[in-house]
Design a protein around this ligand. Structure first.
Ligand SMILES: [Zn+2]
Length: 298
């Protein structure tokens, strides 16, 4: 199949069709795994466990193998799950997370989780994001909340830190990352923290850019005017305003926001606020390419 010959609609249709087939295959994989597990066939194949068989005999990564085993075993207990997997309502990561929580609850409370309880929590997980699933599962089983910050020095002298942030503190950090996404385009928290540390060190040790030696100038530079316009614009448009012409879906990304001239500068568009809109960097680029008549985006 020549994918380059497909138009946007055909690509979208094909992608969704393939994802549906992928979920159907996943269900078949889990049913087969369930049978191998029940018969303990892996012993005859020469492996000590189902996990070893999947990693060494079939070729899955450790994580993929564990997620499939978790799902197959839950499927054995709750056959109704099959439908939810095929429809995409539940995914492997959610099921694996649930199984992990069930193991933890059984370990710390020493009472098994009943099939009815598992059914009840599963009913609540449909179409939930991974973060929502984590929250629901933790609340359902009333899992202990870890507060203390853990840090451990690793072999290469890097430090592994596990910390707990309140919902509010986490939201603040996310907001700050979005606001600084032009300076730090990585979403990795470690990169962001290092950037902040650099900023503070630079500020506190008094090193200034050479341009600042003469002191601040009174007249606004073009860059400052631009920044002010952007700040004002962002108040009304805090996210990407791009709307897909076919689905009517708005992007709403807050990552790498830029000011775009609705009617482009080269088409005599002016700098008035009515002609300005906020777009994410990706959509700004797309708009430019579309206007320039360039179809293939690399
Ligand atoms: Zn966008």
């Amino acid at each position: 199949m020549n994918l380059k010959a497909l138009d946007q609609n055909e690509l979208d249709y094909r992608m969704k069709d393939l994802a549906k087939k992928e979920r159907e295959i996943l269900h078949e994989v889990l049913e087969t795994l369930k049978e191998i597990d029940a018969r303990k066939s892996y012993l005859e194949f020469g492996f000590a466990s189902l996990f070893e068989y999947l990693v060494q005999g079939v070729g899955y990564s450790e994580g993929s193998a564990q997620r499939r085993i978790d799902a197959a075993r839950l499927l054995r207990e709750l056959p109704v799950m099959a439908e939810k997997i095929q429809s995409g309502e539940l995914n492997l990561s959610q099921i694996s997370l649930l199984q992990k929580a069930i193991r933890e609850v059984t370990r710390i409370r020493d009472v098994p989780v009943t099939t009815e309880q598992k059914m009840e929590i599963l009913e609540n997980l449909g179409k939930k994001s991974f973060a929502q699933t984590q929250q629901q599962v933790a609340a359902f089983f009333d899992l202990p909340i870890a507060q203390a910050t853990q840090q451990r020095v690793q072999a290469d002298e890097s430090v592994r830190i596990e910390l707990t942030l309140s919902k509010e503190a986490f939201a603040k950090i996310k907001n700050a990352q979005e606001l600084l996404s032009h300076a730090v385009s990585s979403q990795d928290l470690a990169v962001f923290l290092e950037y902040l540390a650099d900023k503070v060190i630079k500020q506190k040790t008094g090193r200034k850019d050479s341009g600042d030696i003469k002191g601040p100038t009174k007249t606004n530079t073009a860059a400052q005017v631009k920044l002010k316009t952007k700040k004002g614009l962002l108040k009304n448009q805090p996210c990407c305003q791009w709307v897909d012409s076919q689905t009517g879906r708005q992007c709403k990304s807050k990552w790498l926001l830029q000011v775009d001239h609705k009617q482009s500068r080269w088409a005599d568009g002016d700098h008035k606020i009515e002609n300005l809109q906020v777009l994410c960097a990706a959509h700004n680029k797309l708009k430019y390419l579309q206007e320039a008549g360039i179809r293939n985006i690399s």
